[in-house]
Design a protein around this ligand. Sequence first.
Ligand code: TXA
Ligand code: MG
Length: 315
Amino acid sequence: MPIITDISQAVVLLKEGGIVAIPTETVYGLGGDALNIQAVAKIFAAKNRPSFDPLIVHVSSIEQAHSIAYLNEQAIFLLEKFSPGPLTLVLPKKSVVPDLVTSGHPTVAIRIPNHPVAIELLKQSGLCIAAPSANPFGYTSPTTAKHVEDFLGSRIDAVLDGGACDIGIESTIIDLSGITPKVLRLGGLPYEQLTEVLGELPFQMSSSKPNAPGMLTSHYNPGIPLRLFKSYSELLSEFNTTDTDRIGLLYSGKEIKASFAINLSKEKVLVEVASKLFHALRSFDKADIDVIWAHELPEVGLGRAINDRLRRAES
Ligand code: TXA
Ligand code: MG
């Protein structure tokens, strides 16, 4: 499987019904023509993804979104305000969208990615591109072309390299198909930015029988047990009681010494923490440690979405 940088080569592969990993500002997606059932089936097979877990469809504009979904005023308002960007909307689907894409749901998830390569690919191809995160089911999402190659190298037609993803965690998902909007997933668009325009929103992020089924609790399992700590005094008491374990430490702030420690952001800048999170979790897999201790962040801004990913890795 080649890593490519030529967008027109990716266009050809996608138009032939191939599957190509694509960069977005959140994480890499595994893309295929959303209206081509064979291509969509290949995405599920390559990821080993259960067919009950629907895909996000990427479009380049609000106009293109109209071709696959029924957009109400609120949807148009949110897309105009936050797109292109890390926001996915669940809307009633139009009949052109294959049931396989939506796992039989009457709704489709749409997103306009804020990445020049992704937008150029969407425009050049004219396709709506279905793309779940480009990881095998149950693993962390990839944030570089190399991660995708490590994960799915032999199973896909190409990776379009667009550099490391700026945001590093997946998009925020809002369900607009019901009477009131609901948060299905916390992600790259901070919750507070949504509440500023929509008011407080109900959450529907249950972990076992989810409405966004990809949000299963084990979804971000890094392969080594992960525990969360809230304060350094809590961590220190753990250090004393678990001294047989080799500890990996995932934190931000002032330097701490441990046998294997990753400081995600010395200045505790949340965007920096998010962008490094999945890469850090992956590097723990290769380290010689028994347990990861990860520092919970304050529940504000991107901190909410980061904590959500850590809690899923914990369970
Ligand atoms: O940032 C992102 O959203 C990345 C990039 C590639 O765009 N994509 C991504 O896709 O994270 P994925 O498949 O890993 O997560 C999509 C989530 C899943 O939890 C899925 O269940 C939910 O979206 N979803 C998709 N269609 C849905 C629908 N019609 N109703 C409810 N949830 C839906
Ligand atoms: Mg995913």
